[in-house]
Design a protein around this ligand. Structure first.
Ligand code: GDP
Ligand code: MG
Length: 440
């Protein structure tokens, strides 16, 4: 992912005392390449890099973040902004039915998406009606009818003898008479954009008066999807985009460019062929996905908010000297408790998910923490500094002294050993950016 590339870039810069403007420019060249490789529109890339550069040079690095983390944070924020910042929803009309018109080229996924949308709406206690307005493609009507049957949703059709405009208009009237509150019009596409298609869609728009015109585009077509969006938006005025087949898109170029190029937000993404495989589009999650770094950023943000910075530094120092004792462990547990459960935290660190399973039962509730404290307090100072000297009979003594079972003592020692390992790894992750200090 992009994050790996960025990490690699910053590794190259390791060992320098201070980063000059030229160093930042170097790193940004890598960002530029990574984005172009992801098939992002070149103009978008240019603006993006300029913005990140502007924010990175002369940066006041937060004490809790390494410069590399800080720049990645900026890249993440700018990627999110690029895709619209926050989630864009469809507008539900105060006077039902809300009319949604799906447009797009052949094979983009309109009919499939019509079914997915209906499925989603039903789950939200809405009563959708599907309109079969694709009269050109053989079996197009049947395809929608099958979808409707499976969902238990009515499908309005007048066969293929009436015009799509008439079908759409009568369909909306039918929905009103049935008391359906959302109408989804499945229109015909073409292999390529042409005037006939655009005129037909413009006519449907005029007659059916949709509240939302949503363009369905195939993510895997990359920059073609972006130019399709530009053309449709110019002719029809789009309210949003549904990006399908994101499950097969390894690059993310369309997702990153569409909003920036057309001004139209992506509202949903298709993640598969099944009816459930439609998700609201979250720019921040997509940015993290593109960066390929799980939820590391939210972890960093959470840690920043909750953990005492000096304490963290002290802990880091101890880790470096391999002097992370059971006393430190207890203190760390108390800090961690402010962040949430250990499992939650581990699941946010890439590659650490497996460890969270091992630590099952490490949920830190108040009682557990008290017991842990009692066990550690029952150890001698020497034992707390070196857990390896705690043998079987000592474990029994400690259990007795703290009013717990030997199993509890064993579990705690195991957790401590795992935590040491985990913190070492986290430490190494941080170190990759550490030597950049002086980045201003
Ligand atoms: P239309 O011509 O625009 O109506 O396209 P269809 O709805 O008939 O879909 C064309 C093909 O794309 C079908 O095989 C769908 O199953 C497939 N498809 C649609 N959306 C998705 C998606 O989000 N992911 C995947 N993998 N396939 C999809
Ligand atoms: Mg279709």
């Amino acid at each position: 992912g992009l994050a790996d590339k960025l990490q690699a870039t910053f590794k190259k810069l390791r060992g320098r005392g201070k980063l000059s403007e030229a160093d930042v420019a170097d790193a940004m060249r890598e960002v530029r390449l990574a984005l172009l490789e992801a098939d992002v529109n070149f103009k978008v890339v240019k603006d993006f890099v300029a913005k990140v550069k502007e924010r990175s040079v002369g940066l006041e690095v937060m004490s809790s973040l390494t410069p590399a983390q800080h720049v990645i944070k900026i890249v993440n924020e700018e990627l999110t902004a690029l895709m619209g910042g926050t989630q864009s929803r469809i507008t539900i009309s105060s006077r039902p039915p809300t009319v949604i018109m799906l447009v797009g080229l052949q094979g983009a996924g309109k009919t499939t998406t019509a079914g997915k949308l209906a499925h989603m709406l039903i789950k939200q206690n809405k009563r959708p009606l599907l309109i079969a307005a694709d009269i050109y493609r053989p079996a197009a009507i049947k395809q929608l009818q099958v979808v409707g049957e499976r969902l238990g949703t009515p499908v309005f059709s007048l066969g293929d003898k009436e015009s799509p405009v008439t079908i759409a208009k009568k369909g909306v009237e039918h929905a009103i008479s049935l008391g359906r509150d959302v109408v989804i019009i499945d229109t015909a596409g073409r292999l390529h954009i042409n005037d006939e298609l655009m005129d037909e869609l413009a006519n449907i728009k005029q007659q059916a008066k949709p509240h939302e015109i949503l363009l369905v585009v195939d993510a895997m077509t990359g920059q073609d999807a972006v130019s399709v969006a530009e053309t449709f938006n110019g002719r029809l005025g789009l309210d949003g985009v549904i990006l399908t087949k994101l499950d097969g898109d390894a690059r993310g170029g369309a997702a990153l460019s569409i909003k920036a190029v057309t001004g139209c937000p992506i509202k949903f993404v298709g993640m598969g062929e099944k009816a459930e495989a439609l998700e609201p589009f979250h720019p921040d999650r997509m940015a993290s996905r593109i960066l390929g770094m799980g939820d590391v950023l939210s972890l960093i943000e959470k840690a920043q908010a909750a953990v005492d910075i000096d304490k963290a530094r002290e802990m880091e120092e101890k880790l470096r000297k391999d002097a992370f004792t059971l006393d430190d462990f207890l203190e760390q547990l108390q800090q961690v408790k402010k962040l949430g459960s250990m499992e939650q935290i581990l699941s946010m660190i890439p590659g650490m998910g497996g460890l969270s399973k091992k630590l099952e039962g490490a949920e830190l509730d108040e009682k557990e923490l008290k017991r842990t404290e009692a066990i550690i307090r029952s150890m001698t100072r020497k034992e707390r500094r070196d857990h390896t000297i705690i043998n079987g009979s000592r474990r029994k003594r400690i259990a007795l002294g703290s009013g717990s079972k030997v199993q509890d003592v064993n579990r705690l020692l195991k957790q401590y050993a795992e935590a040491r390992k985990m913190m070492k790894r986290f430490q190494e992750m941080q170190k990759s950016g550490k030597k950049l200090s002086g980045f201003r």
